[in-house]
Design a protein around this ligand. Structure first.
Ligand SMILES: Nc1ncnc2c1ncn2[C@@H]1O[C@H](COP(=O)(O)OP(=O)(O)OP(=O)(O)O)[C@@H](O)[C@H]1O
Ligand SMILES: [Mg+2]
Length: 547
């Protein structure tokens, strides 16, 4: 996993904003004006006071009050518009990032997702992307707003007396940059620890839910319970550290702001005494500095979450930039039905020991081929290589004259039906679950496929038949029934080549007989390659290859 610097992550995330740059600019401008109006409401109050006491009557009282009223009302509208812009950007971008993440997942599937913990992926899709809202809505424009308003106020105060202007700038930098950066550094490990513990607690919870049957069966509730409680305690500890840091940060920021006020008063007393600054200007500059820390103080508070936000951003960017194991072949050749020829195929996953070593075999067309071999010898791997989920390191897999790597991915998937060792059922009707393999199929075709897979009678016996929703059945569908639905999909897919990875491992011999008979009937114009440990299955094969 790549670890970008904080700035690197920010740049990567900001890169995604480009299409919305005008709205972002609007948010920044509205935010700057709004914050300056807020500051100047207090400053105008100061002028009002000076007017009443007769020290300065540059502006009439009615003019001052009119301005205050305009500023106050505008402030509300500006703030609302700024937030509307920011959230428009944030939610547009979240939608876009989600879209990109799903696109990345499609690109990476299936090989890269094989080895991934599903819990982590779920966390990434849900909470990580969600946390980026903070970045887009409450990070980019506040930083820009703080910089612009601070420069404006420093100039405003500097026009009274340049030393005061420099002092103001110095305090803005302390509150808006130095304290947040130091705080961010100190809080970094606590923030990371919190995310880590949070993720770990989530995984444990999922583990316990998935493994509920095993936990009850082997009576390990107490042990699993203790693991959960330990993780909860750890999470609480990291949370305490986080909250402590947050409080310290808040207090230090408050102290810095108060200090700015005190130093301004002391300096102004000195400057008034030696005649450099008039009393009215001294009052105005002090009020101006005290009422203008809003944007910079907001940055200080931001630094508490920034580490976490950036860590999420880093994970999301990593996924978006991850290279797939095989790229989709878009411009390649069409699949042509022919023999499947494996020639001197070598294959390893990562740096493991060789799974396939110079594997050579020709699966001639319009026959049923059986592959058998001990568990872990690479049967499923060979099938995945035929689907080009992975590419061979040495040697070739050809469909007739065409190397599998040169065939258009869409064409390959259209013409080859692949039934994996585990069938996944969507929470949808059984009919739609079978139609996954061919959305245009008619009801009659679905029934025909189900009959071939020997699952039609079972489906008919359900209260709602083909309209039964699988989710409502919960665990009420057996492994063998699932497997037969997977086979019905393959029959419906109606492709020239069927790759079946242990298609009947959970099916009784009676049903298996029906399925094998269907396969035999199919082979007239189809090639079937099936992996199995069973002698009965191997019995129907025209050709058996041992691995
Ligand atoms: N994605 C993967 N990454 C790393 N190793 C893997 C991966 N998938 C499988 N393996 C390993 O490769 C070897 C071959 O696996 P494969 O699934 O091809 O075996 P198999 O012959 O189908 O076994 P079985 O009969 O149990 O299904 C096994 O040792 C397995 O642990
Ligand atoms: Mg296998």
């Amino acid at each position: 996993m790549k670890n970008r610097s904080g700035l690197g992550v920010m740049m990567g995330l900001i890169g995604l904003v480009r299409p919305l740059i005008l709205i972002m600019l609007a948010a920044i401008i509205l935010g700057c004006i709004g914050n300056l109006f807020a500051t100047f409401i207090t400053v105008l109050g100061g002028y009002g006071l000076l007017n009443v006491t007769g020290i300065n009557d540059d502006m009439s009282l009615s003019f001052i009050f009119t301005l205050i009223a305009i500023f106050a009302i505008s402030r509300g509208i500006l703030r609302y518009s700024e937030q509307a812009c920011n959230h428009y950007i944030a939610f547009k971008l979240l939608a876009r990032i989600r879209h990109e993440v799903f696109k990345a997942l499609r690109r990476l599937a299936p090989a890269k997702l094989d080895g991934r913990e599903k819990g982590n992926l779920i966390a990434l899709i849900t909470s990580d992307i969600e946390l980026l809202e903070v970045f887009y809505a409450h990070t980019i424009s506040p930083i820009m707003i703080a910089i612009i308003t601070s420069i404006f106020m420093s100039i405003f105060i500097g026009r009274i007396y340049y030393v005061l202007g420099i002092l103001a700038l110095l305090f803005y930098i302390i509150v808006g940059a130095i304290i947040p950066i130091i705080n961010g550094r100190i809080g970094k490990s606590a923030g990371e620890a919190y995310r880590r513990e949070f993720g770990s607690l989530n995984s444990t919870l999922l583990d316990n839910l998935y493994g509920l049957d095993e936990i009850l069966q082997y009576n390990v509730q107490d042990k699993r319970n203790k693991i959960m409680l330990d993780k909860t305690d750890k999470l609480e500890d990291t949370m305490r550290v986080l909250k402590y840091n947050e409080n310290v940060q808040k207090n230090i920021t408050d102290i810095a702001i108060s200090l700015a006020g005190i130093i301004f008063v002391i300096c102004n007393i000195y400057f008034v005494k030696n005649g450099t600054v008039t009393l009215d200007k001294a009052v105005i500059s002090t009020i101006a500095i005290m009422s203008s820390f809003g944007p910079t103080a907001a940055l200080s508070a931001l630094s508490n979450n920034l580490t976490q936000t950036l860590a999420c951003g880093n994970r999301v960017l990593n996924l978006l930039n991850e290279e797939p194991v095989t790229y989709e072949n878009v411009n390649g050749k069409e699949y042509v039905d022919d023999d499947v020829i494996c020639d001197m195929v070598d294959f390893v996953y990562d740096a493991d020991s060789k799974i396939l070593d110079k594997y050579t075999h020709t699966f001639t067309k319009n026959k049923i081929h059986g592959i058998f071999g001990k568990s872990g010898c690479g049967k499923s791997t060979l099938i995945k290589l035929m689907m080009r989920f992975y590419e061979t390191q040495n040697g070739t897999i050809n469909y007739g004259n065409n190397n599998v790597n040169d065939i258009k991915t869409k064409s390959l998937r259209k013409h080859v039906a692949y039934v994996t060792q585990e069938t996944f059922l969507f929470n949808d009707t059984i009919e739609n679950n079978i139609k996954v393999a061919n959305n245009d199929a008619t009801h009659e075709q679905v029934i025909e496929a189900a009959k071939k897979a020997s699952i039609h009678d079972f489906i008919e016996s359900l209260p709602n038949g083909y309209d039964t929703v699988t989710g409502e059945m919960g665990d009420g569908i057996s492994g063998g029934e699932k497997q037969r639905i997977g086979l019905a999909r393959a029959f419906l897919h109606n492709s020239e080549l069927m790759l079946l990875d242990e298609p009947t491992s959970n099916i009784d011999s009676l049903n298996e007989g029906i399925i094998l008979k269907s396969l035999r009937e199919e082979k007239k114009d189809k090639t079937v390659i099936l992996v199995s440990h069973r002698r009965s299955t191997m019995g129907i094969c025209d050709d058996v290859a041992k691995m």
